[in-house]
Write a protein that binds this ligand. Structure first.
Ligand SMILES: NC(=O)c1ccc[n+]([C@@H]2O[C@H](COP(=O)([O-])OP(=O)(O)OC[C@H]3O[C@@H](n4cnc5c(N)ncnc54)[C@H](O)[C@@H]3O)[C@@H](O)[C@H]2O)c1
Ligand SMILES: O=c1ccn([C@@H]2O[C@H](COP(=O)(O)OP(=O)(O)O[C@H]3O[C@H](CO)[C@@H](O)[C@H](O)[C@H]3O)[C@@H](O)[C@H]2O)c(=O)[nH]1
Length: 435
C-alpha cells in the first residue's frame, strides 16, 4: 500500500519505518528541512533503540522516502497519517494548529478516495474538525479515522510492531477495510484491533495516559507516606503488583513522571473536563503531586548541607526523562538542575544520550562530562535522575575514590539499602528508609 506520514518526529518516523518494514511504500513529510536532509543522507534524527537498522534497510531498499513537499509526499497515497505535534496551548488544552493547518492544505491535494488517519493525541471532537477542514477544499471522497498511538519512547519499535491492541475510531466500512489490511501484519498473534467511533478512540488515548500517570502518582504518594511511617515502597510494589487486578507494571515510585506525553495529556484531559463543566478531581491531584515530586530530593540535599548549597559541586547522573531515549521534554532532571543552580551549586552532568539536547536548552550553566565517573571528581554529592542500566552496577570503589562525600540522592531507587549501609554511604532514595 502507498502511505504518506505527515510529521516525522518520534511517532511519525516509527510509524513510517515500521509500515515500510511490513512491505508498504512510505513517504515521510516534514516541514523541518534539516531533518529531511539528514534522513535523505541516511541519518536518523532521534535516538530510538532498534529504529536505525530498520530505517536504513527500508531506505536503502527504496520503501522509505522523505520530502518537505506535502503534495509530492501524498501523491498516490491511499492512506495519510497525521503524526503532528499537539503541544499544550496557553490554557493547557491541546493546540491543534499544526493538525488543522495540514488538514486545510490536504483538501485540494486529494485526487482519489483517501483515508486520513490521525495518530496524534487529540481532544475528543478533533476528527470532526479535521474532516471539516479537509472538506473545504476536497473534491473527492475521504474518511478521517482516529488511530491513537500507544508506543513508549525507548521501546517504540517493539511497541509498534507488537502492540497490545490497535484502537481505531471510524464508522466508515470502507475505512475499516483499509485499516484492517494495513494493520494485519501487526496483529497476527491475536492482539486485537478494537473498532469504535472516532470520539471514543480519541478519549481512549487520554484515558490510557491519565490512568497510567495516576497509577504512578498513587505509588509516589504511597512512597511519601512510607518515608513517614517507616515502610519500604519497593516491598509494597511487589506486595500489591502480584495481585493480577493491579498488575506489576507502572508501579515504580520515583521523582515523578515526565516526557512529552503524560504531563501534557493529563493537563489536556483536565481542560476538556472543565470545558464540559466537569471537574475531574483526581487529575488535579495527580498534577499537583507530580509537580512536587519532581524536585522531591532537593529539600533532602538542602537539609544534608545545613541549608547552604553555595559553591557545592553536585554530580548528576541521568538527564533524559527515562532511559533509552535522548528526549528531555518535561524531564525531572531539568527542574532539579534549575533548583540546584538557583541554590548556588555547581552542577556536573552525564547522560549517555541526552546531553546534546540538554545543552540546547540549558547551555553552559552546567558542566557536561564524558562519562559518569568524570562527574564525580571532588563532588559533594551524587544525584541520580534517570535509571540508565549503566548506573545500576557502577564501580563503587572508583566512585568512593572520586567523591568528596559518600552521599547519594537517588530518585530512581537503583541500589539495595543493605548494600549502601555496608559500603558506608549516606543514601536517600524514594519511599525507603534513609541510610
Ligand atoms: N512521543 C511519543 O512517545 C508519543 C507517543 C504516542 C503519541 N504521541 C503523540 O503523537 C503526536 C506527535 O508526537 P511526537 O513526539 O512524534 O512529536 P515530535 O515533535 O517529535 O514530531 C512532530 C513532527 O511534526 C513536524 N511538523 C510540524 N508541523 C508540520 C507540518 N505542517 N507539516 C509536516 N510536518 C510538520 C515537526 O517538524 C516534527 O518533526 C503528538 O500528538 C503526541 O502527543 C507521542
Ligand atoms: O513505574 C513507572 C513507570 C514510568 N514512570 C515515569 O513515567 C514517565 C513516562 O514513562 P513511559 O510511559 O515509559 O514513557 P512515554 O514514552 O512517555 O510513554 C507514555 O506516553 C506515550 C505518549 O502518549 C504513550 O504512547 C505510552 O503508552 C505511555 O506509556 C517517565 O518519566 C517514567 O520515568 C515512573 O515514574 N514509574
Amino acid at each position: 500500500m502507498k502511505i504518506a506520514v505527515v510529521g516525522t518526529g518520534y511517532v511519525g518516523l516509527v510509524t513510517g519505518t515500521c509500515f515500510a518494514e511490513t512491505g508498504n511504500q512510505v513517504t515521510c513529510v516534514d516541514i523541518d528541512e534539516n531533518k529531511i536532509e539528514k534522513m535523505r543522507a541516511g541519518e536518523i534524527p532521534i535516538y530510538e533503540p532498534g529504529l536505525e537498522d530498520l530505517f536504513l534497510r527500508n531506505s536503502n531498499e527504496g520503501r522509505l522516502q522523505f520530502t518537505t513537499n506535502l503534495a509530492e509526499g501524498i501523491e498516490g497515497a491511499k492512506v495519510i497519517f497525521l503524526a503532528l505535534p499537539t503541544p499544550p496551548g496557553e490554557d493547557g488544552s491541546a493546540d491543534l494548529k499544526y493538525i488543522l493547518k495540514v488538514a486545510n492544505d490536504l483538501g485540494p491535494l486529494l485526487k482519489d478516495y483517501t483515508v486520513i488517519i490521525d495518530k496524534s493525541t487529540v481532544p475528543v471532537g478533533t476528527s470532526e474538525k479535521v474532516h471539516a477542514a479537509i472538506s473545504k477544499g476536497a473534491k473527492v471522497p475521504f474518511d478521517v479515522v482516529s488511530n491513537p498511538e500507544f508506543l513508549r519512547e525507548g521501546v517504540a519499535v517493539e511497541d509498534f510492531m507488537k502492540p497490545d491492541r490497535v484502537v481505531i475510531g471510524t464508522k466508515s466500512e470502507r475505512a475499516k477495510e483499509v485499516m484492517n489490511k494495513l494493520y494485519a501484519p501487526l496483529v497476527r498473534q491475536g492482539n486485537p484491533i478494537i473498532f469504535m467511533d472516532e470520539r471514543s478512540a480519541e478519549m481512549t488515548k487520554y484515558a490510557a495516559n491519565a490512568f497510567l500517570a495516576t497509577k504512578i502518582t498513587f505509588m509516589n504518594e504511597i512512597a511519601n507516606l512510607c518515608e513517614l511511617v517507616g515502610a519500604n515502597v519497593d516491598d509494597i510494589r511487589k506486595g500489591i503488583g502480584t495481585d493480577s487486578r493491579i498488575g506489576k507494571r507502572f508501579l515504580f515510585a520515583g521523582i515523578g513522571y515526565g516526557g512529552s506525553c503524560f504531563p501534557k495529556d493529563v493537563q489536556a484531559l483536565a481542560k476538556t473536563s472543565l470545558e464540559n463543566d466537569y471537574k475531574f478531581q483526581i487529575l488535579d491531584a495527580v498534577m499537583n503531586v507530580n509537580e512536587q515530586q519532581k524536585t522531591k530530593l532537593i529539600p533532602a540535599v538542602q537539609e544534608f548541607f545545613g541549608n547552604n548549597l553555595k559553591g557545592k559541586k553536585i554530580a548528576m547522573w541521568g538527564l533524559a526523562f527515562k532511559p533509552y531515549t535522548d528526549d528531555i521534554r518535561e524531564a525531572p532532571a531539568l527542574y532539579n538542575i534549575d533548583s540546584l543552580i538557583e541554590a548556588g551549586c555547581e552542577v556536573h552532568v552525564y547522560d549517555p544520550e541526552a546531553m546534546k539536547n540538554v545543552q540546547s536548552v540549558v547551555g553552559n550553566k552546567v558542566t557536561y562530562c564524558k562519562n559518569p565517573y568524570e562527574c564525580l571528581q571532588d563532588a559533594d554529592a551524587l544525584l541520580i535522575m534517570t535509571e540508565w542500566p549503566q548506573f545500576r552496577t557502577p564501580d563503587f570503589d572508583k566512585m568512593e575514590s572520586l567523591l568528596k562525600n559518600k552521599i547519594i540522592f537517588d530518585g530512581r531507587n537503583l541500589y539495595e539499602l543493605d548494600q549502601m549501609k555496608e559500603m558506608g554511604y549516606t543514601y536517600y532514595s524514594i519511599g525507603r528508609e534513609r541510610v
